[in-house]
Write a protein that binds this ligand. Structure first.
Ligand SMILES: C[S@@+](CC[C@H](N)C(=O)[O-])C[C@H]1O[C@@H](n2cnc3c(N)ncnc32)[C@H](O)[C@@H]1O
Length: 258
């Protein structure tokens, strides 16, 4: 890693450690994750929306990190937060579970490059915010949900493999990112499949990187190195037999053993 990259990797952490402006509350391993996904947006005229303003410190940090052409929006349920507006920072007061508030918000602010959900962290808040605001993230933008460890904590409505947690809800992202390859009617490519390039799971953070996608295709180039017995495409009748057997076993709820 070159010197310049190393310096930029530590920029947010440095800001946080030396912060003598408004209070920021973040977990210490988040900064490297931010750098990894956000650095490409630095010094660009981007729009960032953070749900959960608290004392306003993170909004100031984003301004410092992205530069003078970033427009930062904050959302918080606490009306006190409105006082924290400043140059490049606009704050909207409302609840992240209030669908009509979120729909109005989309009319008031431009599509966003980066959306950070650092609100109340309960399951309904994280799910409603995703459902309402994901389509307001630009084509090559990022949706980042923080503190997803709440999916494992009873006080937030969480629990390991508990129905309705944000993490359980997010497991469908894995299915839909593969949906171009699905052979079943119950999994068909949808807008998520066509607009998401990758999903990243970290301890307590889920990052969704958007990018327009077409069904992918595979190719071979170059010269064979030996006489290959491996058949990338087996004869059609063999593939069909395997498909029928696989489908039958799935209907009979027999797990995969191949
Ligand atoms: C963890 S703090 C945000 C920390 C801040 N982003 C930072 O990094 O310093 C959570 C914030 O979410 C707000 N909040 C809680 N429930 C909310 C809701 N339903 N809608 C919007 N904001 C909410 C709280 O008022 C609080 O200010």
């Amino acid at each position: 890693m070159n010197f310049e990259k190393k310096m930029s990797k530590s920029q947010l952490k440095k800001y946080f450690k030396n912060n003598d402006k408004r209070l920021i509350h973040k977990w210490n391993h988040y900064f490297d994750i931010y750098e990894r996904h956000f650095s490409r947006f630095k010094n660009r005229p981007i729009v960032l929306l953070e749900i959960g303003v608290f004392h306003g410190g993170s909004l100031q940090m984003w301004k410092d990190y992205f530069g003078e052409s970033v427009q930062v929006y904050g959302v918080d349920i606490n009306p006190e937060c409105k006082k924290l507006e400043e140059d490049q920072v606009e704050i909207h007061i409302g609840s992240q579970t209030d669908r009509s508030f979120l729909r109005q918000l989309k009319k008031k602010i431009p599509p966003v490059d980066i959306l950070i959900d650092d609100g109340g962290h309960i399951m309904k808040q994280q799910k409603v915010t995703f459902e309402e605001l994901f389509d307001h993230v630009k084509e090559d933008g990022i949706y980042l949900c923080e503190d997803t460890h709440s999916s494992y904590m009873y006080e937030y409505g969480g629990g390991y493999r508990r129905r309705g947690t944000f993490i359980e809800f997010s497991k469908r992202f894995i299915d839909y990112i593969h949906a171009f390859h699905s052979q079943q009617r119950s999994l068909k490519p949808d807008s998520f499949t066509k607009s998401v390039d990758s999903v990243h799971y970290y301890d307590s953070i889920v990052v969704i990187e958007k990018q327009k996608r077409q069904p992918p295709f595979d190719e071979q180039t170059g010269i064979e190195s030996y006489k290959s017995t491996y058949q990338n495409s087996p004869p059609k009748y063999k593939a069909l037999i395997k498909k029928v057997i696989g489908k039958t076993l799935q209907v009979l709820r027999v797990g995969s053993f191949r």
